[in-house]
Structures are given as structure tokens and as C-alpha cells.
Design a binder for this molecule. Structure first.
Ligand code: GDG
Length: 742
């Protein structure tokens, strides 16, 4: 049975040195809450894992850890693998790149972002440290699940050493829009995307984050995607949304838990004649605490009726208190609390009760249960578990006021959704919440509770792991098509036995790599020599079948004894003969099509028209990736209208739209050549969508091979254009052997 390796920056504990003896303390935070509940609850056997390991950093030294562990109770549900990085490197990685670059940028605070090379270098070193330890621990069959923004380089570092491993990655914070992501220096942003694409499955909280990530990959790495699948370095990678859930049962069970009931009763007694407004967050500028306080102050000013009848319990949990932006924030919040309390308190009433501390679980649940409303108003939040935990804890009353800028707002639509910076809207929402009829409160709560109960943390984890398994299965199915040594051997055998062989080869993307401009794809000497070797054997007929015009093919390959097919079959040059056009066409139609293509060249910078004898092509490979694609769809629609009821067809190629006469395609042309030559061996290789016609026509007659991974009618695939040459070389060598043997 396989093991589950969960990797996160920190382990879910810290060493507390404040007492007489150092002890291990549980830490709080969204990621820890989720994974810990899963680990504590899940029956190891049910989950299909023989063991669960949690790998993460610990502060202090290994010796301290060993001493503390002996004294403290460690979890028995999972095995802990602590890492002890160098303090300075860790500081630059954690307080530096992770929390002073990625965190502010991904939460839309570009003004707080620092770009420092030494921070990024340390980020890379710590990711490398994780990679080394995981590679040591890894056993084939293990499932590796990497968590969060501190470890975005790790999946690729693992992939390089463990090419077959199942690697999942989940980002707990937002993935920002491309406009923000592109602010990162080029080398680093490429490294981050490349790092993440080392995973088989990349998970996010919301659809928007998935789309932002795919857009950045397309714009920066120029990768291709099919819906939420990305093809990268020959690997299929799935990007999917998995909105994180909570341990619903744990919060429901707390309702009857003695300790929690005792705290809740005390709170109710203390505030028996007051409504309770509650919030709990880590201290973080993303949580919008100053705006929240402004909104509350505005509420007390706009609705003075509520003075002395409401109290706001604001619990802030210490976090990242070495980073200046956090220290400043704490000061600002504390000043604001003092101002509100100073201005509005009476002898019997204090409007804000502020705590800067960690709450025990029973205290947290009791506060959730007694609060008449929760005020959860981050300026940005990947998801926000507090909102879900509050809803889960409500018994027969409670209103959630939630920022629309949290991931949770997508699922909790019955909350009072507010823009956190709009203090008047927040003030009004507090009033609406506190005056809402109980029937309405319960109806809103029960809808949200049903949803949260259904997709709890257990479902979230299972869903992620099942998707990871599925994508591995899809990759395996795709790999089945990838040509293997045994297939190549069989092709060689058939080739050597054949008396008449026909080898049909597409040019761009097959014999020659795709270039920025068509004119740059001139054949190399190696290619010419290889074609020459192939044609040296009189049993071989080599056909270069291309979308290029006859003039270019003649210039580049005309001296070789090969059959040349130009413009997908519009013109053919048999061996030793002149070019023959397959259909006599007037070029008149081009005059109607060209103005439309011209218009699109103007509307899409980087696109250009290629005019061939019987084809007009609009290329968009050098354009802005998304704009180019969307303009190509518009142009295609306009062309379809313009060519309706005419003998013209539109061919959707690889970053090119072509217009030409119906009936001229590589499939029909390949069939004509087949009939003419009557070979007993056929090998056909191509990369483009236009080559699919040829594969379909020849599939039952010989070997068809597609270059690149995507859906194809061909029997085999070769992963990259650079692999075509060695493959053909092998055939050419055997062919030469054949010549010698004759
Ligand atoms: C990140 C993303 C995403 C908080 N204070 C105490 C305490 N907590 C627990 C809460 C909750 C968790 O910590 C906080 O989770 P959030 O989701 O609200 O926020 P982040 O820590 O920023 O989490 C976030 C999350 O990851 C999961 O993917 O939702 O968007 O930023 O579970 O209950 N627990 C206790 N005492 C406290 O004082 N016991």
C-alpha cells in the first residue's frame, strides 16, 4: 500500500520556550486546521494509505526538538519528518520571498511587495532542501501532496528526480490576475510557473484562481491548454478548483461539548443584554481589520440606537510578527481600538473587546455559538475558513457578514456580502444582521450549513486525491500512444522486409522546428543529408507533404529526388517531373478574403498574412496568446460567413487559419500518392491538425505518427519535434544497410 506524504512549510506545532520547560504547542492557521482534522479523523485503512507523513520545517535545532519530543505528546495518527533549515536562509525564504513578495502580491497589495534577489535565492534553497529530504524518504507508489505558496518550486524539483511520482500541489491563497503576476521579475515568475507545472494536479480554491493561473502559464510560458488541462514538457497537467471545506462534524459536536458549553454560558451571562459581534483572524493586512473597525464605528455613529446594546469581540491571533508591515498593522489596529473605545465607551459599556492572543478550541467554538453576527471582512482571502466554521457552529441564530473578496463568498451566497472598504455598506450590514428576523436567519443558515456539511474537509481531500489518481490514469493512457522501442523495432522490421516503401513527411513542426517567421525554417544540412540517405535506397519513395508554397519547397528541397506536395495538395511535383497544379482555380476569391484578413492583422499586433498560390493564411503565432486565439475565432466566424456556399474551405491549423479550395487536403493527396505508388510499407509523420486528414486516410495502410501530445487519429505519437530526426535517422541507417546488402 502506498503512503501519503503531506508537505507544508511548517509542521502543525511550534516549540514554546516561555515556561520552565520547552514544550510542543499546536499552531493555528487554515492549512493546519484542514490537514490536521483529516489526519486525526481518517481511518488509515479506509483511505488506502499504509502511512501518512507530514514533512515541514521546525524552528530550533534538531537536539532541542529531540528533547522536547520526548517530553511532549506527539500525534500517533501521522509520522512527523521535521526539517531544520539554516536560520538566516529560512528567514529570507519565509519572511522574505514568501511573505514580503508572494503573499502581498498574490493578495493584491503590490505596494508592499519587495523584490530582492537574496530572498529568491533562499526561497530556491529551502525548496531544494525539501526536495532532497522528500527524495530520500520517497518510495515508489507514494503520493506526494505539496501545500502552498512557500513551496511553489518544489513540484518541478521533485519531478526531475522522480519522473513517475504522483505529485499534487494545492495553493491556499489566491492566484492573482496575470496583470499582477507579471510584476514578478521574469526569471522568477518563469521559475514559479515551471515549478508548479512539475505537479500532475494543481489545485485552487476558486474558478477565478484557476483561470488566472492558466492565463499566466499561457502568457509567460506560452503553453497550450485544453480547458483546464495544460500540456507542458510532454506531460498532461490538470488545474482544477477544490474549494477547501472544514471539519463540519467537529464544530457541530462542539455544540454539546461540556467545556464549550461552559464557556458559552459564561459569555451569555456576561453579555445577556447585548448583541455580540465577533471576528477572529491572524494579524494580517489582508484581513482588513482597520476597515472593519471603521465600519463598526460608522455603524455606531449612524445607528446610535445600538450603543450600549452591542459589543464587538475582536480576536487577533499573532502572526509573522518579525515583518515590519505586520508590526505597523498591529500598532494601527490597537490605536484604532483605543480611539473607538475612548470616544464611544460609557461607564457601563465598552464597544470593542480586543484580544491579541490564541484562543483555545472550546473558547473559539463558544464565541462562534454565542455571536449574533460574525464580521468577516478581509480585503482578500483565498477562501476563509472562519466564515465556514462560524456558519457550522450556529445553532438557531446567527448572521454572517462576509467580504465579497474572499473565496468563501462564492459558496456562502446567503451571507450578507459586503465590500470591505465600503464602511457605510459594512455599517448597514451590521444593522441588517442585528435586526434580521430569526426565521430569515435560520433559513439562510440552513442553506449554507447543508452546503458546508456536504463538501467537508474529508470530501475536499478525497476529491483532490481522486483527481490526482485520475490524471495519472489519463497520462498513462496517453503514454500508451507514445512510440516505444518495441514499436520502433517492429517498424524497422517491416521497413526492411518491404520492397516498396513510401515515407510521407510533413515539413514545419515535423522535419523542422516551428520558427517565429515561416521564412526562418530553412532545412539544416543534417536534415538534407538524412533525406538524401533515405532517397539513396531505390526502394524508398520520400514525399514531403506541406502547406508551404511550391516555390519555397522547390528552393529548399528541389534538388532532392523526392516527391513534393505544396499547399496541402494544391500542387504536386513527382520525382523528375515539373510541378502540376491539382485544380485550375482563379485567384479571384483571394480579393474577397484578403481585406478581411488585413483588418485582422490591424486588430491583432504580431499577426500576418502569408499568400500562397492557392491559399491565403493568417498566422497568429507571434501575437498575445489570448488575444490571438480570440481574434482567430472571430476571423473564423467571419470567414465561414463569407465563404458559405462557395467552393472554399477554412482550415484551422496550428496558430494559423487558412482559406483554400475544397477537396484539396493532405488526406486526398496522400491517397492519390498511395494509389500511384502502390507501396507495401507506409510511414507517415506530421504534427499539425491538417495532418490528421492524412492519418485518417492512411491509418489502415501503414504506420502513422503524430508529433506532440494531443488528440490524434495517428497510431503513435512522438513527444517532440526534436525526437523525429533521431527516429528517421535510425530508419535511414537501416536503409543504408539494406543498400549495402543488395
Ligand atoms: C489560509 C488562507 C484559506 C484562527 N485563530 C484561532 C484559530 N484559528 C483557525 C481558524 C481557522 C484557521 O485558523 C484560519 O483559517 P483562515 O482560512 O481563516 O485563514 P488563513 O490562516 O489565512 O489560511 C485562507 C486557508 O489557508 C485554507 O486553505 O482559507 O484563505 O489565507 O481554521 O479556526 N484556532 C484556534 N484559536 C485561534 O485563536 N483554536
Amino acid at each position: 500500500m502506498s503512503r501519503l506524504l503531506v508537505i507544508s512549510n511548517r509542521l502543525p506545532f511550534s516549540i514554546d520556550n516561555t515556561g520552565d520547560e520547552a514544550v510542543v504547542r499546536q499552531s493555528s492557521g487554515g492549512l493546519v486546521s484542514a490537514i490536521k482534522s483529516y489526519f486525526e479523523k481518517a481511518d488509515v485503512q479506509d483511505e488506502g494509505f499504509s502511512e501518512k507523513l507530514w514533512i515541514g520545517c521546525m524552528d530550533g535545532t534538531e537536539e532541542e526538538w529531540n528533547t522536547v519530543v520526548q517530553r511532549s505528546q506527539m500525534p500517533h495518527e501521522f509520522t512527523v519528518e521535521p526539517l531544520f533549515p539554516d536560520k538566516k536562509v529560512y528567514d529570507d525564504y519565509y519572511n522574505g520571498f514568501s511573505n514580503s513578495t508572494i503573499w502581498p502580491l498574490f493578495h493584491y497589495f503590490p505596494s508592499l511587495v519587495q523584490f530582492r534577489k537574496e530572498h529568491f535565492d533562499s526561497y530556491r534553497s529551502i525548496n531544494q532542501l525539501f526536495a532532497e529530504r522528500i527524495i530520500e524518504i520517497y518510495r515508489p507508489g507514494d503520493v506526494i501532496w505539496v501545500h502552498d505558496y512557500q513551496l511553489m518550486l518544489l513540484p518541478q524539483l521533485l519531478r526531475e528526480k522522480l519522473p513517475d511520482a504522483s505529485i499534487g500541489f494545492f495553493l491556499h491563497i489566491p492566484f492573482p490576475s496575470y496583470e499582477l503576476f507579471r510584476l514578478i521579475p521574469t526569471k522568477w515568475k518563469r521559475a514559479i510557473l515551471n515549478g508548479l507545472l512539475g505537479a500532475d494536479l494543481v489545485g485552487f480554491h476558486t474558478h477565478d484562481y484557476v483561470q488566472h493561473f492558466i492565463q499566466s502559464c499561457k502568457m509567460i510560458l506560452r503553453v497550450e491548454n485544453q480547458f483546464t488541462n495544460i500540456l507542458y514538457k510532454g506531460q498532461l497537467i490538470k488545474c482544477e478548483l477544490f474549494p477547501i471545506g472544514i471539519d463540519y462534524a467537529k464544530f457541530r459536536n462542539a455544540i454539546t461539548d461540556d467545556l464549550t458549553v461552559a464557556v458559552a454560558t459564561k459569555l451569555e451571562d456576561r453579555f445577556y443584554n447585548q448583541k455580540i459581534l465577533f471576528s477572529v483572524d491572524r494579524l494580517d493586512y489582508t484581513k482588513g481589520l482597520e476597515y472593519r473597525l471603521d465600519g463598526y464605528e460608522e455603524f455606531l455613529n449612524k445607528y446610535p440606537f445600538w450603543r450600549e446594546k452591542v459589543v464587538f469581540i475582536l480576536n487577533v491571533v499573532p502572526s509573522r510578527d518579525l515583518i515590519p508591515a505586520y508590526i505597523e498593522r498591529k500598532k494601527m489596529i490597537e490605536e484604532k481600538v483605543s480611539t473607538i473605545n475612548g470616544k464611544l465607551s460609557s461607564l457601563h459599556w465598552q464597544p470593542v473587546i480586543y484580544r491579541y492572543n490564541h484562543l483555545q478550541f472550546d473558547e473559539l467554538c463558544a464565541l462562534y455559538q454565542v455571536a449574533d453576527a460574525a464580521l468577516i471582512t478581509p480585503l482578500r482571502d483565498g477562501m476563509n475558513l472562519v466564515a465556514k466554521e462560524y456558519v457550522a457552529s450556529c445553532i438557531d441564530k446567527g448572521v454572517l457578514i462576509l467580504s465579497e473578496l474572499t473565496g468563501a463568498a462564492n459558496e456562502l451566497s446567503e451571507a450578507l456580502l459586503v465590500n470591505p472598504t465600503d464602511t457605510e455598506e459594512v455599517a448597514d450590514a451590521i444593522d441588517t444582521a442585528l435586526t434580521m428576523h430569526l426565521i430569515e436567519q435560520r433559513s439562510r443558515l440552513s442553506n449554507m450549513q447543508r452546503r458546508i456539511a456536504e463538501y467537508d474537509v474529508q470530501k475536499w481531500i478525497n476529491d483532490f486525491l481522486t483527481n490526482l489518481q485520475d490524471i495519472k490514469a489519463q497520462q498513462a493512457a496517453m503514454k500508451a500512444h507514445v512510440i516505444k522501442e518495441e514499436n520502433i523495432r517492429k517498424i524497422h522490421e517491416d521497413f526492411l522486409q518491404a520492397k516498396k516503401r513510401c515515407i510521407l513527411l510533413d515539413y514545419d513542426g515535423t522535419l523542422s522546428p516551428i520558427q517565429k517567421l515561416p521564412a526562418m525554417a530553412t532545412p539544416t544540412n543534417d536534415l538534407l543529408n538524412m533525406l538524401h540517405d533515405l532517397t539513396d535506397d531505390s526502394r524508398n519513395e520520400v514525399v514531403v507533404i506541406s502547406g508551404r508554397d511550391a516555390e519555397t519547397l522547390e528552393k529548399w528541397l528541389g534538388h532532392l529526388p523526392v516527391i513534393l506536395v505544396a499547399e496541402h495538395g494544391a500542387a504536386v511535383r513527382l520525382k523528375g517531373e515539373d510541378w502540376k497544379e491539382q485544380a485550375t482555380m482563379s485567384a479571384e476569391w483571394k480579393e474577397r478574403i484578403r481585406p478581411l484578413m488585413d483588418l485582422f492583422v490591424k486588430r491583432c499586433a504580431g499577426s500576418f498574412i502569408e499568400e500562397k498560390k492557392s491559399t491565403l493564411a493568417w498566422h497568429y503565432r507571434n501575437t498575445h496568446a489570448e488575444l490571438g486565439f480570440s481574434r482567430s475565432r472571430e476571423l473564423r466566424n467571419s470567414l465561414l460567413q463569407l465563404t458559405a456556399n462557395t467552393p472554399l474551405q477554412i482550415i484551422d491549423g496550428n496558430k494559423v487559419l487558412e482559406v483554400r479550395m475544397i477537396g484539396v487536403d493532405k488526406g486526398a493527396t496522400a491517397m492519390n500518392i498511395y494509389k500511384l505508388l502502390q507501396p507495401d510499407f507506409i510511414l507517415c509523420i506530421g504534427d499539425d491538425t491538417t495532418d490528421e486528414d492524412m492519418f485518417r486516410a492512411l491509418n489502415d495502410k501503414g504506420y502513422t505518427i503524430k508529433v506532440g501530445k494531443s488528440n490524434t487519429a495517428a497510431e503513435f505519437t512522438i513527444l517532440s519535434q526534436s525526437d523525429v530526426f533521431p527516429f528517421l535517422r535510425k530508419i535511414a541507417e537501416n536503409s543504408a544497410t539494406g543498400v549495402t546488402a543488395r
